[in-house]
Design a protein around this ligand. Structure first.
Ligand SMILES: [Zn+2]
Ligand SMILES: [Zn+2]
Ligand SMILES: [Zn+2]
Length: 496
């Protein structure tokens, strides 16, 4: 808000003052305690002194707000005075003095260089010397209705002051009240020309007032009163003289629109709703959103199979509860691998309640598990070099896919031997080839039973490096041992 506001606006402003009392009740006993006033954070920043009549004099301000409303009462006691120098030198831009205050002390707002707007209730009867001295941003001032004197130095050094409004009962401007306030251009007087003739203006240091244009309520036979419409964010404001008896309006000053003052609030995205930034004007409430951020999506865990979203608790529609098998103890090294294999469809149990972890895997099963873990890719061709792999077998597509991708070469050119037990060497080789036959990072070979010339040597060393196997002891891999169901799911789980 800038510049000038009428007396009417002062009342509107004060009507918004916050309630200062809170009732406190004894809990559970049904006894009502006497009302205890609780000081609000807003009133704590106003230093004060208790006067003999128990009302308060504001003596200082410790807050940091630029726009301040002095409270009409604190802890139930009225605020009746603004003390000498109470706000002097503060970085405030706007102040409202509430109804009930009778006196503003000497130098109360002296040297408030940023102070632009002062709204004073009509209860104020006296304004002390130099009260607004050197308020260099102040452009207009309405002297309250019951204040009949402008004291010495009150507006001296107010270099931006352009208009001053005086009440009808006004009596006296003391020496040097407007010293150095040479830009005053208009004086509104709520009384008549005749009444103005009785106002005493000390000529000492008040040349600005004598030089300004005077507007009285009865100029040119009209019955003027001043009307001020404050500027808003989007609309210009003005001060005008409007006749109460005809349609004559004389616009004296215009104030340009203030523009919005937006503050930003960021609403973070949730699992299902996008986030955005809301800009809200602190003055008029105008608001708009922008800077949208996509919804974050639910967090159903790394494997997507958590029962609920870790963020919002929403149930996972694709959740597959891990089957608990009698023969898979909770502390078995392969428990997590079995849970993963079952929930991701790599394999089922051998019955509703058993997984048969120690049962040997056939080559047909091993290739099928690998194929399912890869997401069951469709083989591109139909060429099947193996006489022992028949169309319609559950492993048919898996074997074709494995051949196409160089994962298996068969046990001979024309046999795959799907029913033969799969050895540990074979399954590790399958997984290694499925990963693209990468070279092992470390070539040190801890296993006595893995020879330099063995076809599975690189596969085993790679698998050790990747943490997929640790061997059957520190020095043995047991390449020829039958690969059990728990071993193969563990290999696949670690390799995924
Ligand atoms: Zn008129
Ligand atoms: Zn606005
Ligand atoms: Zn969620």
């Amino acid at each position: 808000m800038k510049r000038f506001l009428s007396f009417f606006l002062a009342f509107l402003f004060l009507a918004g003052a916050l309630p200062l009392f809170s009732a406190v009740y004894a809990e559970g006993k049904g006894t009502e305690l006497p009302e205890v006033p609780i000081e609000s954070p807003e009133t704590k920043v106003f230093k004060r002194k208790k006067l003999p009549d128990k009302s308060f004099r504001i003596t200082g301000y410790t807050g940091s707000d630029a726009e301040i409303s002095i409270p009409p009462e604190i802890l139930g006691f009225a605020v009746t005075e603004i003390g000498d120098g109470a706000f002097s030198g503060k970085e405030i831009t706007r102040v409202s003095v509430p109804d009930g205050v009778k006196a503003i002390g000497a130098g109360a707002f002296e040297n408030c260089a940023r102070l632009e707007t002062v709204v004073i209730a009509d209860s104020v009867e006296s304004i002390g010397t130099s009260a607004f001295k050197n308020c260099t941003s102040l452009t207009s001032f309405s002297v309250p209705a019951r204040t009949s004197v402008i004291s010495s130095g009150t507006f001296s050094g107010c270099t931006s002051l352009k208009e001053i409004s005086l009440p009808a009962e006004f009596e006296k401007i003391e020496a040097d009240a407007f010293l150095g306030s040479g830009s005053v251009s208009v004086v509104y007087f709520a009384g008549t020309r005749e009444q103005w003739g009785k106002v005493f203006i000390d000529p000492e240091g008040n040349g600005a007032i004598s030089a300004a244009t005077l507007c009285c309520s009865d100029d040119d036979g009209h019955a003027f009163r001043t009307v001020t419409v404050a500027p808003t964010c989007t609309e210009d404001g003005y001060t005008a003289l409007a006749c109460t008896e005809c349609s004559e309006v004389r616009v004296i000053l215009t104030f340009s629109a203030l523009g919005h003052e937006y503050t930003e609030t960021v609403t973070e995205p949730t699992c299902t709703e996008r986030g955005f930034t809301t800009h809200t004007c602190s003055r008029c409430g105008d608001s708009y959103d922008d800077t949208y951020v996509e919804a974050s999506g639910h967090d159903f865990g790394a494997d997507g199979n958590a029962e609920k979203c870790a963020v919002c608790g929403e149930k996972n529609p694709d959740y597959k509860s891990p089957v608990s098998f009698r023969d898979v103890p909770a502390d078995a090294y392969y428990k997590a691998a079995v849970d993963w294999a079952v929930s991701s469809g790599v394999t089922l149990g051998t019955s509703e309640t058993t997984f048969s972890p120690d049962k040997a895997c056939t080559r047909g099963q091993a290739v099928t598990f690998l194929w399912r873990a890869a997401g069951q890719p469709e083989p591109s061709g139909k060429s099947n070099p193996f006489g022992d792999v028949k169309t319609g077998e559950y492993y048919f597509k898996a074997v074709l896919w494995a051949v196409e991708n160089g994962i298996t070469l068969g046990t001979s050119k024309t046999t795959f031997s799907p029913g033969e037990s799969c050895t540990r060497a074979q399954i590790v080789t399958f997984i290694w080839r499925a990963a693209g036959s990468p070279s092992p990072e470390k070539t040190a070979n801890p296993f006595r039973d893995v020879g330099n010339g063995d076809y599975f040597r690189s596969a085993v060393l790679w698998a050790v490096g990747e943490g997929i196997t640790t061997g059957t002891s520190k020095t043995s891999f047991s390449p020829g041992a039958k690969c059990t169901r728990c071993q193969i799911v563990t290999f696949l789980y670690r390799a995924k």
